[in-house]
Design a protein around this ligand. Structure first.
Ligand code: SIN
Length: 290
């Protein structure tokens, strides 16, 4: 994922960048239809080039969304967040009017607490607020590139410990266990687990380096105490989500967005309390990060 000037051309799709840092909207694709291999390859290359790709005006069934996701790999059934009945691999991210948003709020990379974190998330919008409810994304390859040589050297070889515990036992999370509310959680051993990932990872396909720590799930550095880890983690989390590393996606009904979790952090905004918002998320399984 590089800056705008350097992006390649694509023969089967039209690509309109969202910001100088990352993200693009793609035209010329109907995701309700099976994709030709050449078009899928262009979409996949656009994902690896821009980190976040969005499609407008897609009329999709749950199965269409699943079929698109299956082109990228196998699908995850989330160990904590309950999936939909009949479609366990789909999470219905519903926020009713009058309640604050409490899912996906705050910068993170989906499921970095997995031994093999998610390759990507694919989200389809059914109901969107008339204002607000955008999602922000930040380019972690750019975040790595923009560190000083000295800090990049310090981070090489450093390992971070990730955990779901704090995020999934916060007061707003605890309310969701076995609830009949809009999002429901189930108890899972994964909440007690600590997993290791390098602080600097290489993208499994492009080989490009990216910073891989996030404020929601990164707990401490391996071999460091939490007190020792905190200042550097705070610096890296703030640096990683700098405004000039970001793009913003403004949802419309029937928009679909996919992002590459290995190289992108995201944050859902909680700025539309008076309105409903309903999105459907499918997550593609990833691999061990090196
Ligand atoms: C998420 O998948 O973390 C939430 C995305 C959103 O609601 O915008």
């Amino acid at each position: 994922m590089r800056l705008l000037m350097e992006h390649p051309t694509f023969s089967t799709i039209v690509v309109n960048p969202l910001s100088r840092a990352l993200g693009a909207e793609i035209e010329g694709v109907d995701l309700s239809q099976p994709l030709e291999d050449a078009q899928f390859e262009d979409i996949q290359n656009a994902l690896f080039t821009f980190g976040v790709i969005g499609f407008r005006d897609q009329t999709l069934s749950h199965q269409n969304q699943i079929d698109f996701a299956l082109r990228f790999g196998t699908l995850e059934v989330h160990p904590i967040v309950k999936g939909m009945e009949g479609h366990p691999e789909i999470i219905r991210m519903h926020k009713p009017a009058g309640t604050p948003a409490s899912f996906g709020v705050g910068w993170h990379s989906d499921n970095s607490f997995f031994v093999q974190p998610s390759l990507g998330s694919i989200v389809y919008a059914e109901t969107v607020p008339p204002v607000g409810g955008d999602t922000l994304f930040a380019n972690q390859q750019l975040a790595y590139d923009m560190l000083s040589d000295g800090l990049r050297k310090t981070l090489e070889g450093l390992v971070a410990i990730h955990s779901a515990k704090e995020a999934y036992t916060s007061p707003t999370a605890l309310e969701k266990y076995d609830s009949d509310g809009p999002i429901s959680y189930k108890k899972s051993d994964i909440i007690e687990k600590f997993v290791e990932h390098p602080v600097v990872i290489k993208h499994p396909v492009t080989g490009k380096k990216a910073l891989y720590v996030n404020a929601m799930f990164t707990h401490h550095f391996k071999g460091w105490t939490m007190e020792e880890s905190k200042p550097l983690l705070e610096f890296l989390s703030t640096h990683a989500t700098r405004e000039d590393f970001q793009c913003r996606f403004k949802w419309q009904k029937n928009s679909l967005v996919m992002w590459d979790n290995r190289v992108v952090q995201h944050a859902a905004l909680n700025d539309y309390v008076d309105y409903d918002r309903t999105l459907y998320r499918v997550t593609v399984n990833g691999t061990t990060l090196n």
